[in-house]
Design a protein around this ligand. Structure first.
Ligand SMILES: [Zn+2]
Length: 372
């Protein structure tokens, strides 16, 4: 028997705690003296959970800010920094505890890199650093603990954050990705996702599926990421229809949380690829939710990947237990049953030109298919 070389590399320092009710244990994990600042999504945290956390933290909680919804924009980040940084300056050892969907967690990844503030307003230089993905030489990195309340983005285990620059003349997507951008801890509690509305549940799970598949048809795929990605994709495909029919089914919710975490871990090593590259325009221009904006491209991108690598084809075959060529039809049918209208760019010259441009973009270059 010929031994195949094992391609495996891994770096992810996030200490992960997974399980129903692990959120309730956070205060005890902080100890009795650790100061903490909370950034929470108002729509995602129930009053009961808010009160329980506030009581458990007591005086250790030095500030509490709410994310009120919308995209993670430069303006939102600026406002939250102006609100939280003065207190963070007084408590340089304070943990930033973020509780919410991917947007809240992404904003926390920006906020935890604090620069000294002279007045109440944040200096334009800080925003310039966000725009160029650089750090000021006077930054202070706060510890970061992340608690997702949706199952989908995997943001709790990746080191980068998406921030939309809607202040600029031409709206742009910024990818904030400092070298030590990983959180110290992530608490993934499926119980927190039970109240997530059905539409958001669907879109977040579609994002998980996109992360899983994009880490398979990826130049940086390896044995560990492929194993996680296949399991994540299979879990979403089996659990999402049940979670949509029975939103309070903890078992289906736990499967989606597990899938999101596994796909996030895979993506933390590979980054995303062509479907994500194509999605950003749909989100920025048409306001399509991120998960759906990725999912509409998945069958086309799956088909484009076919034949690029035998390992990729074999891995994709495990997603539906079908040859990779048949899997693309199974995926299209599954998505359309969930109300997702899949899209195609290969029918006209304008579409083909868009495809060519996006293949050369930062995410598009991660795609496994030949780019000539
Ligand atoms: Zn995504």
């Amino acid at each position: 028997m010929v031994t195949q070389p094992l391609h495996l590399s891994w770096f992810n320092p996030v200490h992960i705690t997974f399980g129903a009710n692990c959120f309730a244990d956070i205060a005890s994990q902080l100890g009795n003296t650790q100061p903490v600042l909370v950034l929470a999504d108002r729509a995602a945290l129930s009053f009961t959970a808010e009160t329980a956390l506030g009581d458990a933290l007591g005086d250790q909680c030095k500030a509490w800010a709410w994310f009120q919804g919308g995209l993670a924009t430069v303006a939102q980040a600026r406002e939250l920094c102006e609100q939280l940084w003065p207190t963070m300056q007084q408590h340089p050892e304070a943990v930033v505890l973020a509780i919410g969907g991917g947007t809240t967690l992404d904003l926390a990844k920006v906020i935890r890199y604090r620069t000294e503030m002279q007045g109440i307003h944040l200096a334009a230089a800080t925003i310039a650093h966000w725009r160029t993905n650089t750090l000021s030489d006077r930054f202070h990195r706060h510890p970061l603990w992340l608690v997702p309340t949706t199952a989908g983005t995997g943001s709790e285990v990746t080191r980068w954050a998406t921030v939309w620059d809607t202040d600029a003349r031409v709206h742009a997507k910024l990818s904030w990705a400092p070298a030590k951008g990983f959180a110290e801890r992530a608490f993934v509690d499926p119980q927190l996702t039970l109240t997530c509305p059905v539409r958001i549940t669907r879109d977040c799970a579609l994002d998980t599926l996109a992360h899983a598949l994009e880490s398979i048809w990826n130049q940086h795929t390896n044995a560990a990421t492929a194993m996680l990605a296949v399991q994540a994709a299979r879990l979403v495909i089996s659990a999402l229809p049940s979670a949509l029919k029975m939103p309070h089914n903890l078992e289906a919710r736990a499967d989606l949380s597990r899938a999101s975490l596994m796909a996030g871990l895979a993506m933390s090593q590979t980054q995303t690829a062509l479907a994500h590259a194509l999605s950003y325009d749909l989100t920025l221009r048409d306001g399509l939710p991120h998960g759906e904006a990725c999912a509409v491209w998945l069958p086309m991108v799956w088909e484009l990947s076919l034949g690029s690598s035998p390992v990729c084809d074999e891995t994709l075959a495990k997603v539906f237990d079908l040859p990779a060529t048949s899997g693309v039809h199974a995926l299209r049918n599954w998505l359309e049953r969930l109300g997702v209208s899949t899209r195609e760019l290969r029918n006209d010259n304008a579409g083909l030109a868009t495809l060519k441009v996006e293949m050369q973009s930062a995410r598009g270059r991660n795609f496994i298919a030949r780019q000539d």
